[in-house]
Design a protein around this ligand. Structure first.
Ligand code: KG4
Ligand code: ZN
Length: 339
C-alpha cells in the first residue's frame, strides 16, 4: 500500500446515509451516499424516526460497498470518523455508534467530527486549508465564518430565523413543488423572470453578518392569493424572483464580511451552494471585486461523508483523536470544533 493512512468516515446527521474512504492527505478512494429523499418526499420533509430506521438498514451494506469500491480492507483502515453533530439525535446515533464500534474492534483512533466543519472545509478538499471568509449555506444553517486555519474559526454571524435552504424548501412547499425544494426552485428559475415579483432583501445592508429569511418566505406567502399556481410560467417567475432575492443577500453579505475582515479569499459550501444562480453570481461579483473564490465541488455541497473524512484526516495527522467516551451532540456549535 502506498501513500498516507486511510480513514473511513460515516455521516448520518439527517436523511442521507453516507460513507467515504479517504487516503491522506486528499485522495478519495470511494464515497457513497444513500439518499432517503424518495422516502421522505410524501411527508413533505424529513421524519426523524423514518430517517434513523433507514440509516440502520442502509449503513452496514453501504460500509461494505464503499470499502469494496475503495479496494481497501478494514485491516488497512488507520482511523474511523463520524459526524457528532449538529443534526437529528436519532440519526447521528446510528453512524456515530457504528464508527465508534469499529474503532474499538479494530483498536484504531476515533474522530468525532462537527458536521458544520465538514461543510466549512469542503472547498479545500484534497488541499490545504487557507485563511478566508466562508459562507456555509445548508438546510439547517446559514453562517459566515472567518477561517484563520484548520480548527481555528470565528463565527461572524448566523441566521436569526430560517436557514437559506429551509427557506428554499418552505417556499417550494408553498408553490406546491416537491421536497427538497432547493434543486426544484433552481431548475424552474432558469425559465423564470426574476424581476416579475419584487421581494425583500432582508438585512442586506445591516452592516453585520446576521441573516433573516423568514420575511422573504412570508412575502412569497402573501403573493399566493394573487397568482395562479397552475400556470407554469408564474411558478417559474416566482421561483426566479425568490431565488434572486436570496442570492442577492447571500452574495452581498459575504463580500461585505470579506471586506470587513480584510480577507482576499471567499469560500462557499453547504447544500445551497449547489445552486446554479448562487454560483454564477459569486463568480461574477468576486471577479469584479478582485477576490479569489472557492466553491465546494457540487458533489461535496450536499451532505456526504468525504467532507467528514477530510476533516478527520487533518486530525489524524495532528494526532487529535477523540476519546471513546465522546458522545453525539445534536446542537453542537461550530466553535466546539476547535476545542
Ligand atoms: O448541506 P445539506 O445537504 O444538508 C444540511 O446540512 O442541511 O443541505 C440541504 C439543503 C436543502 O435545504 C436543499 O433544498 C438545499 O440544500 N439545496 C439547494 C440546492 N440543492 C440543495 N438549494 C438551492 N439550490 C440548489 N440547487
Ligand atoms: Zn449538511
Amino acid at each position: 500500500m502506498t501513500g498516507g493512512p486511510v480513514v473511513l468516515a460515516i455521516e448520518t446527521s439527517c436523511d442521507e446515509t453516507a460513507v467515504a474512504v479517504l487516503r491522506a492527505p486528499g485522495e478519495l478512494l470511494a464515497g457513497e451516499v444513500a439518499s432517503q429523499i424518495e422516502l421522505h418526499n410524501r411527508f413533505g420533509g424529513v421524519v426523524p424516526e423514518v430517517a434513523s430506521r433507514n440509516h440502520l438498514l442502509a449503513l452496514r451494506p453501504l460500509i461494505e460497498r464503499t470499502l469494496r469500491e475503495a479496494g481497501v480492507g478494514l485491516d488497512e483502515v488507520a482511523g474511523l470518523a463520524a459526524t457528532a453533530g449538529p443534526g437529528l439525535a436519532t440519526s447521528l446515533m446510528v453512524g456515530f455508534s457504528a464508527a465508534k464500534g469499529l474503532a474499538v474492534g479494530l483498536r484504531k483512533p476515533f474522530f468525532a467530527i462537527n458536521h458544520l466543519e465538514g461543510h466549512l472545509l469542503s472547498p479545500f478538499f484534497g488541499g490545504n486549508v487557507e485563511p478566508c471568509v466562508a459562507l456555509v449555506v445548508s438546510g439547517g444553517h446559514t453562517m459566515l465564518v472567518e477561517v484563520l486555519g484548520a480548527g481555528d474559526y470565528r463565527v461572524l454571524g448566523q441566521t436569526r430565523d430560517d436557514a437559506a435552504g429551509e427557506a428554499f424548501d418552505k417556499v417550494a412547499k408553498l408553490l406546491r413543488l416537491p421536497y427538497p425544494g432547493g434543486p426544484e426552485i433552481d431548475r424552474r428559475a432558469k425559465t423564470g423572470d426574476g424581476r416579475r415579483f419584487p421581494l425583500p432583501r432582508s438585512m442586506m445592508d445591516s452592516g453585520d453578518s446576521a441573516f433573516s429569511f423568514s420575511g422573504l418566505k412570508t412575502a412569497v406567502r402573501y403573493l399566493l392569493p394573487k397568482v395562479d399556481l397552475d400556470d407554469a410560467q408564474t411558478v417559474a417567475d416566482m421561483c426566479a424572483s425568490f431565488q434572486e432575492a436570496a442570492v442577492d443577500v447571500l452574495v452581498a453579505k459575504t463580500i461585505a464580511a470579506a471586506r470587513r475582515c480584510g480577507r482576499k479569499l471567499v469560500t462557499v459550501s453547504g447544500g445551497v451552494s449547489c445552486n446554479s444562480r448562487l454560483r454564477e453570481r459569486f463568480r461574477e461579483v468576486c471577479a469584479a471585486q478582485g477576490l479569489e473564490l472557492r466553491l465546494a465541488e457540487p458533489a461535496l455541497c450536499t451532505d456526504n461523508a468525504a467532507m467528514i473524512a477530510y476533516v478527520a484526516v487533518g486530525r489524524l495527522e495532528r494526532g487529535e483523536a477523540a476519546p471513546l467516551t465522546a458522545e453525539i451532540s445534536p446542537n453542537l456549535p461550530l466553535e466546539g470544533a476547535s476545542d
